[in-house]
Design a protein around this ligand. Structure first.
Ligand SMILES: [Zn+2]
Length: 93
């Protein structure tokens, strides 16, 4: 088990690295390998709360994304409609 020096900012308990993995990141200059570690709090209640908050946040982010997509769709339709109306107005002359 690998502990890290920094205590938990929420409850002050020790934190540990639960897992590490590498991810390939393609950049302009080539592929770089990123090492990512997931750090969790050893205080289960604290970590539980964090996980729950994070899950809620993900739901919120997703909702926001859907709302934005919906708005984009409406905007696109409006633009298409106004182009059509302009065309119609022109052909009326
Ligand atoms: Zn904690």
């Amino acid at each position: 088990m690998t502990y890290i020096d920094q205590p938990c900012e929420r409850c002050g308990s020790k934190k540990r690295i639960s897992k590490t993995w590498t991810e390939k990141l393609e950049t302009m200059r080539g592929v770089s390998i990123l090492e990512i570690s997931q750090i969790i709090c050893t205080n289960e209640a604290c970590q539980d709360l964090f996980d729950r908050n994070r899950a809620e946040e993900l739901v919120k982010i997703n909702e926001r994304k859907l709302a934005k997509e919906e708005q984009d769709k409406i905007r696109r339709e409006n633009v298409a409609r106004s182009i059509n109306e302009r065309k119609k107005a022109k052909s009326a002359y």
